[in-house]
Write a protein that binds this ligand. Structure first.
Ligand code: ZN
Length: 353
């Protein structure tokens, strides 16, 4: 009998202390709390401060089996619709009975942008909701919201995917960002994530803030805190095309397979186009934009990208490509004011990383 008691004690100790056999735990974010095998909805409650309060919807899909915590965050730019609709699809489709670990989904960070159809910024304080991380508890609404996302999402996840796309005025081809850190294990995992996601153009985002108190971007906030993370972009100019939504939904599922959170093999892209540098072409002043290129067009340095006229039809500028590369996105509408992004070109990397 003594032998079996000690065997039982050993088994108990293993169950308690060995992470591979520990039981899945309840999980809560904001007001959403899910037992193992459950899906729960709630809000990140951003309190009022110098301006109004807001509630950001959050969903917890808590798997039946233990595992890692993956955060999926979308809608920092509330009119990049494909990214929001893709995460909405995942909220419905992800089945906690089939998941190891926990998925936190935030489909729409910037509710005022979505409801009022305002691109690029939160109309409450006129700030981009992906430029003020890690946020401030006593700042404006954008800063208070990002502070909560840092504390409640980033600090509690193991991996993070940030979803974007072409905004109302951006004709964008799909691509991903991968930000290497020099930490080999973290970079190996984030690279595996971006290859499993499967978008065929990947920007190597090397020069980014490293100060944890001035990280600016969401994925960089997670990266600097040691969590492998990527950015993915699809969709353009207010459209919600099935193929674009599928890229983001299927890419997420493939990445979850690579992270061993759902069964099956990931679909790893074998030969992506790696982009080593971005070149923004900005408008010198107001005018009417007539493009000569489309998203995904390959251009050589010096090639004319389009013409800009004044309101009398007189050509006032002919912006040219400063580099040889691919048009990642181009202004989708005739309106231009000083400082607007006319096009964003990606320079193809000489070597794959
Ligand atoms: Zn965006």
């Amino acid at each position: 009998m003594r032998r079996s008691y000690s065997a039982l004690a050993g088994l108990l100790a293993m169950l308690l202390f060995c992470p591979s056999v520990r039981a899945q735990q309840p999980f809560a974010v904001g007001t959403a709390s899910a037992a193992p095998g459950q899906k729960a909805t709630g809000y990140l409650e951003v309190p009022a401060g110098v301006d109004a309060a807001t509630n950001i919807p959050v969903v917890v899909v808590n798997g039946v089996k233990p595992g890692k915590i993956l955060a999926l965050v979308s809608g920092a730019h509330g009119t990049e619709y494909v990214s929001i609709i893709a995460v909405e699809r995942l909220i419905v489709d992800l089945d906690p009975a089939k998941i190891s670990g926990t998925v936190i989904l935030i489909p729409l960070v910037n509710i005022a942008s979505f409801e009022q159809k305002v691109p690029h910024v939160n109309p409450v304080d006129n700030k981009s909701m992906n430029r003020f991380y890690p946020g401030k508890s006593d700042g404006t609404q954008t800063e208070r919201a990002l502070y909560l996302i840092t504390k409640q999402i980033v600090d509690h996840c193991d991996y993070l995917i940030d979803y974007h796309g072409g905004d109302l005025d951006e004709s964008l081809r799909p691509y991903a960002y991968w930000g290497p850190t020099g930490h080999s294990e973290q970079d190996r995992i984030s690279k595996e994530m971006v290859l499993a996601f499967g978008l065929d153009h990947i920007i190597i985002w090397s020069e980014r803030p490293t100060d944890p108190n001035a990280t600016r971007y969401l994925d960089n906030t997670a990266t600097v805190r040691g969590k492998p993370s990527i950015v993915v972009e699809a969709g353009h100019a207010g459209t919600v095309e099935t193929d674009d939504v599928a890229l983001l939904v299927n890419g997420t599922l493939s990445t979850m397979r690579a992270l061993k959170m759902i069964p099956g093999e990931p679909h790893i892209i074998e030969n992506p186009v790696w982009i080593e540098r971005l070149s923004d072409v900005l408008a010198d002043g107001p005018g009417i934009w007539y493009p000569l290129v489309k998203r995904s067009t390959y251009v050589s340095a010096g090639m004319k990208l389009g013409t800009i006229t004044d309101y009398f039809g007189k050509v006032i500028a002919e912006p040219r490509a400063p580099v040889t590369g691919v048009v990642l996105h181009v202004n989708a509408v005739p309106s231009l004011k000083k400082g607007d992004n006319i096009a964003d070109l990606g320079v193809v990397a000489a070597h794959a990383p």
